[in-house]
Design a protein around this ligand. Structure first.
Ligand code: ZN
Length: 318
């Protein structure tokens, strides 16, 4: 059974917010757009992987985790983990356009586009070998010695893949269900109860990958990021406060809580803390008292002494 479902990666909203808040001519715009496109393509591939296993009903007991990650020291991110009584299978989906070609010595993956452009990526085989070693270390801490294997799944059903290393298992997304359902399972190592316990241990250890704040990753200064409340309906209009709510200058939407999202965007883009002056200026609140009340009412925890007090958002820093 599936014990954890995938959610849309939060970094997609982060890249979108960053693009919205930097100038149209900013030199980092192309790099951010590229990251956004990769994140969107990655998520689309992961959704195809999930769809391919919609009717997964193999003749063995299993626990399936979509989007599993462990923080340091393991630093693991796996698209899907399939745990059975006999083994752990790691699934990594690749959603890259063009003809794919594996290179050796050193390993890399090239995508060759129709116009002849070649893009180079880290070899997913190398990536999965490394992940399997880390996963082995993690399993050991759970007192578990299940063997680990990896599968690379190609999201485009008719993609040409050349020179795949003979020691790697690479499948088109459409053949995944059949392949996994007909897998010859070695003799079980775990009882079904132990399998379910192992699934729970994975969930207990899982921590969502936290990509924020994004601006420092692109060497963008806070001063280059435009403040203010953007409209949640038309996305481009700026909102101004009326006595009781926020109103969009462009589409005239009235919203009581559009500024809460602006606070999230501060944490996504700039830094994990905010003080009352920064909050007042970034959102465009009347004064420090309003900013303080707003922060306390919106799940922010005060840290530090009275003079240098800052606020942290709880849900971002579990
Ligand atoms: Zn609007």
């Amino acid at each position: 059974m599936i014990i954890k479902y995938r959610e849309k990666p939060i970094k997609i909203a982060g890249y979108e917010a960053l693009l919205k808040r930097i100038s149209p001519t900013h030199p980092k715009r192309a790099a951010i757009k590229n990251s956004l496109n990769n994140a969107r393509a990655g998520f689309a591939g992961e959704e195809r992987l999930d769809e391919a296993l919609d009717f997964f009903d193999p003749p063995y007991a299993y626990q399936l985790i979509q989007d599993f990650s462990l923080p340091a020291p393991y630093k693991i991110q796996v698209d899907t983990v399939l745990i059975t009584q006999s083994c752990v299978i790691l699934l990594e989906v690749k959603n890259i356009t063009g003809k794919l070609q594996f290179k050796q010595n050193p390993s890399a993956l090239y995508s060759i586009l129709a116009d002849g452009e070649i893009k180079s990526y880290k070899s997913p085989v190398t990536q999965m070998n490394e992940t399997a070693i880390r996963m082995g270390k993690f399993l050991k801490t759970l007192g578990c010695n299940l063997p680990i294997s990896s599968l690379i799944v190609i999201a485009h059903p008719s993609q040409i893949v050349q020179d795949a290393p003979s020691n790697a298992r690479i499948l088109a997304v459409g053949e995944l269900n059949f392949y996994l359902s007909n897998l010859h399972m070695p003799k079980p190592i775990l009882s079904t109860d132990e399998l379910y316990q192992l699934g729970h241990a994975f969930l207990a250890a899982h921590q969502n990958y936290q990509p924020f704040p994004l601006a420092p990753k692109f060497q963008i200064e806070p001063s280059e990021i435009e403040g203010g409340v953007f409209c949640p309906r038309c996305h481009f209009g700026k909102m101004t406060t009326t006595k009781v709510a926020w109103e969009c200058e462009m589409c005239r939407l009235i919203s009581k809580d559009a500024h809460i999202h602006t606070l999230y965007e501060w944490f996504m883009l700039i830094k994990p803390t905010i003080n009352t002056a920064e909050c007042r200026d970034f959102i465009g609140l009347k004064n420090l008292d309003t900013a303080k009340r707003f922060l306390l009412n919106n799940n922010c925890q005060p840290v530090g002494g009275r003079k240098y007090r800052k606020y942290m958002q709880q849900s971002f820093h579990k």
